[in-house]
Design a protein around this ligand. Structure first.
Ligand code: AMP
Length: 429
């Protein structure tokens, strides 16, 4: 198909259209997420794509890259300061608190599916509008929940046909033990201040944990020698993490202890994880990640309520499905084409289309074309088995012609019998 570029109008940089031929991939993911969410006891929630900007500053953290550098924020005509959501968890927790879900039996298990917005430099697999599905378990601090959401992530990925996934996991502690770790990290980096990149110099001041996210070549050896979060965990966090790993062992989920995994948002506590696709000779590709956020509900005005969840990037999952040759079901092609001629024929055809639809028979048509030759050509191109021809004469007689497209044999049948006749003939083909 040749692309028509309308002068001056293009999708905004970093965004794209999900065209009809792409839809079966999206449908496959939507269907899988829906099925498994039910099996695991999650209910769907849709929250607005924009929220009070303060919500993200209070949850992900005002100095996180997500909020400071990547957020689309704007002031409305009424003077409200809003932001397009860069991630899903904050909105879900806001909705949980606002809609009285605190009174439901806990844990409250919710999932979402929708677009996220981040002002990032667009490149392969990185967009300014991308889509995520995510799962949140609100109201439970048991390590078994952490293990179960990781298992659910893998289950969905496997069900859509992905293999070679690995789980990277770490614990970043809680408000008790994290300050001790942060101090050790800052002390360590201070002594190497001259050797780190300008971004890390800034992180050192504003958000030291983010130092471990740096991808700059020259910072790598320094990062490799940094203190480990696990060495600074308090006994409660240590025990929790040990249990999560034991549950993963029980589920036979292989994992990799990644000491440098911190995830750059302020709300995370204890377990953090990311799921990667690994292939030889290529850097691992993150499909999604998540973790525990035991302080977030309280931080947004609720009672202390531990929670855990994850978000997964749909574009990346789809690109991997394609790369790995996963097949998705496509819409079945119609087997019948309705050709109509003349004003009366057209009127009757419109009705016949509806009646056949009621019988579960899907027909293709081009109601706006009146020439028999061009309509039969379309029928041929689509590859239907039969054409129904309804012209002036058939309309007056209350009949329709059934044409076998292969043998070109035509037979006239009463309109009332056409559905039954088609079903019989289709069953034989
Ligand atoms: P995060 O919470 O930032 O780890 O994002 C969760 C997942 O969303 C990532 O692992 C990616 O798969 C996906 N993702 C994040 N940002 C983008 C982006 N800008 N474009 C496409 N996918 C993204």
């Amino acid at each position: 198909m040749s692309k028509i570029k309308i002068k001056n109008f293009q999708a905004p940089r970093g965004t794209y259209d999900i065209l009809p031929e792409e839809q079966p991939w999206w449908e496959k993911i939507r269907k899988t997420v829906k099925e498994l969410s039910g099996d695991y006891g999650f209910s769907k929630i849709d929250t607005p794509i924009f929220e009070d900007m303060e919500l993200f500053a209070r949850s992900a953290g005002a100095s996180s890259d997500l909020v400071e550098k990547e957020m689309y924020s704007f002031r409305t005509r009424g003077g409200d300061q809003l932001a397009l959501r860069p991630e899903g968890t904050a909105g879900v927790i806001r909705a949980y608190l606002e809609n009285g879900m605190v009174d439901l039996p806990h844990p409250v298990k919710l999932f979402y599916f929708g677009p996220m917005f981040r002002y990032e430099r667009p490149q392969a697999g990185r967009y300014r509008q991308h889509h995520q599905f995510g799962f949140e378990v609100i109201g439970g601090d048991e390590p078994v929940l952490d293990a179960q959401v990781i298992q659910l992530f893998l289950h969905i990925s496997r069900q859509v046909g992905l293999k070679k996934l690995s789980v990277h996991i770490n614990s970043i502690g809680c408000p008790e033990c994290r300050p001790g770790y942060r101090r050790a990290l800052v002390d360590y980096y201070r002594s190497k201040k001259q050797k780190i990149c300008p971004d890390c110099q800034r992180r050192l001041k504003e958000n030291p944990l983010r130092l471990l996210d740096c991808k700059e070549e020259k910072c790598q050896p320094i990062k490799a020698g940094a203190p480990l979060t696990l060495d600074y965990l308090c006994p409660a966090c240590h025990g929790h993490f040990k249990s999560v790993l034991e549950f993963l062992d029980e589920l036979e989920v292989p994992y990799f202890l990644n000491h440098q995994l911190v995830r750059g948002l302020d709300y995370y506590t204890k377990t953090v994880f990311e799921v990667f696709f690994e292939s030889e000779g290529q850097p691992p590709l993150a499909l999604g990640g998540g973790g525990r956020y035991d302080g977030l509900v309280k931080n947004l005005g609720g009672r202390p309520t531990p929670a855990v969840g994850f978000g997964a990037g749909i574009e990346r999952i789809i690109s991997l499905m394609k790369e790995q040759g996963v097949k998705v079901p496509v819409k079945p092609a119609p087997k019948i084409f309705l050709v109509e001629l003349g004003e009366l024929g057209q009127r009757k055809s419109l009705k016949l289309f509806e009646e056949l639809h009621k019988e579960g028979i899907i027909v293709a048509e081009s109601l706006n074309k009146s020439n028999i030759k061009s309509q039969l050509k379309i029928a041929d191109r689509i590859g239907v088995k039969f054409a129904l021809i309804l012209g002036q004469q058939e309309a007056l007689e209350g009949t329709v012609i059934i044409r076998d497209m292969q043998s070109r044999v035509q037979e006239t049948v009463p309109l009332a019998k056409v559905a039954g006749e088609l079903k019989k003939r289709l069953a034989k083909k």
